[in-house]
Design a protein around this ligand. Structure first.
Ligand SMILES: C[S@@+](CC[C@H](N)C(=O)[O-])C[C@H]1O[C@@H](n2cnc3c(N)ncnc32)[C@H](O)[C@@H]1O
Length: 376
């Protein structure tokens, strides 16, 4: 399986995102609605399906007050078999709309995630990771009969075992994690406070609104600006809100009109982040190659200009062909840099400077400007 470990391939940039990301919420059944979407058109699917919690009666705290648990009709299924049939149907519909390089995230709890995972494998999805979302503020186990249920599991899977080029922004994730590989256990609080959508009555709009921090990690790790993200179980539109902020396009499907309306309102208030904050993370390994002659071709350095080291001890003449000349010796910026210092090797980009009206500029800075034009 080939993995794209970059934020975006420098050779095939996909970063012309000076546009407003599009968000659409469809009211309807996700299976029927996904069947209407074009095949192989979606870059990433995030699914937060019904958990099938099978709650028997009201859940009470020790003081007899009632817990606001998930007892909605959308979470009820007659049997495990009915839940499995439903799961198979939406997973099949999802797989059809996924591009061959797309990935699927499914979040669930012990009530459903094992069933979902088995069906995913049976249908040919290829599990890449299971991520544990560890809740820093979980709900206690009120009856004291079990452990506190303090996590949910997310399965991240490719469309099939041989899927090529799925997005995993490995280098950016590592850089953001103090240069340590990002791990599969994420400590994130439940969605509370101002982020939690509330109705006029002050009650939660939705019982299972997910934290934006969780979705931000999902989308930042496995998608790119401009990608099309689908969430078949839109709820309050957490995925859509984060997608718009991160300049991804979004289609959410939700069968409940009230939730869909709340989600539309929420997403319309989101401002996409500035382009610069989302530009691809390009490592030295991935950066497009820029030849010194390109600075000349682009008019950033003129033939005849003088290159000097930081202390101006050495001066070399820039030739029209992109080589430089020190005394009667002609060669590359690297070879002549090494010669000037009497050393074996030299990185000419970080040795030579050019005189500008604002003082000396390292030629590596000019190269960085060219690179940013190449991947902008
Ligand atoms: C677990 S909640 C998703 C919550 C969402 N992630 C959020 O952050 O708000 C599942 C949602 O799927 C919706 N739903 C259930 N069955 C559905 C179906 N067949 N088609 C579309 N939506 C469905 C429910 O109405 C519910 O809002």
């Amino acid at each position: 399986m080939v993995v794209s470990r970059r934020g975006a391939s420098a050779k095939a940039p996909r970063t012309q995102f000076e546009y407003e990301p599009e968000s659409k919420i469809i009211v309807g059944d996700c299976i029927a609605e996904m069947e209407k979407l074009p095949a192989k058109s979606v870059d990433l699917v995030f699914a937060d399906p019904p958990y099938n919690l099978q709650l028997k009666g009201a859940l009470k705290r020790p003081d007899e007050s009632e817990v606001d648990a998930v007892d909605d009709d959308w979470d009820k299924f007659a049997s495990f078999a009915a839940y499995d049939n439903f799961t198979r149907a939406w997973l099949l519909a999802t797989r059809r709309i996924m591009k061959p390089s797309a990935t699927l995230w499914v979040i669930g709890s012990y009530h459903n995630i094992f069933r979902v995972g088995t069906i995913m494998q049976d249908l040919g999805f290829w599990v890449l990771n299971d991520i544990v979302w560890r809740k820093s503020n979980p709900m206690p186990n009120f009856r004291g009969r079990r452990f506190t249920n303090a996590h949910e599991t997310m399965i991240w899977a490719a469309r099939d075992e041989n899927a090529k080029g799925y997005t995993f922004n490995y280098d950016a994730l590592k850089a953001a994690n103090e240069d340590v590989q990002a791990r599969s256990d994420w400590l994130i609080p439940l969605c509370t406070g101002d982020e939690r959508l509330k109705g006029k009555d002050g009650k939660k709009v939705h019982p299972t609104q997910k934290p934006e921090q969780l979705l931000a990690r999902v989308l930042l790790s496995s998608s790119r600006p401009g990608d099309l993200i689908v969430d078949p179980f839109n709820g309050t539109g957490t995925t859509g809100a984060v997608a718009k902020r991160l300049r991804r396009n979004y289609i959410g499907i939700e069968r409940d009109k009230t939730y869909a309306e709340a989600a539309r309102e929420r997403i319309s208030a989101i401002e996409p982040l500035p382009d610069d904050t989302l530009k691809p993370f390009v490592t030295a390994r991935d950066a497009p190659r820029v030849a010194f002659s390109e600075l000349i071709e682009r008019g950033m350095i003129s033939p005849g200009a003088r290159l000097v080291d930081s202390k101006k001890r050495h001066g070399a003449l820039v030739r029209a062909d992109g080589a430089i000349m020190l005394g009667d010796k002609v060669g590359s910026i690297h070879r002549i840099g090494a010669m000037a210092q009497g050393s074996e090797a030299c990185n000419g980009w970080t040795f030579w400077h050019v005189e500008t009206s604002k003082g000396l500029r390292l030629i590596d800075e000019l190269r960085a400007e060219v690179r940013s034009m190449m991947i902008a």
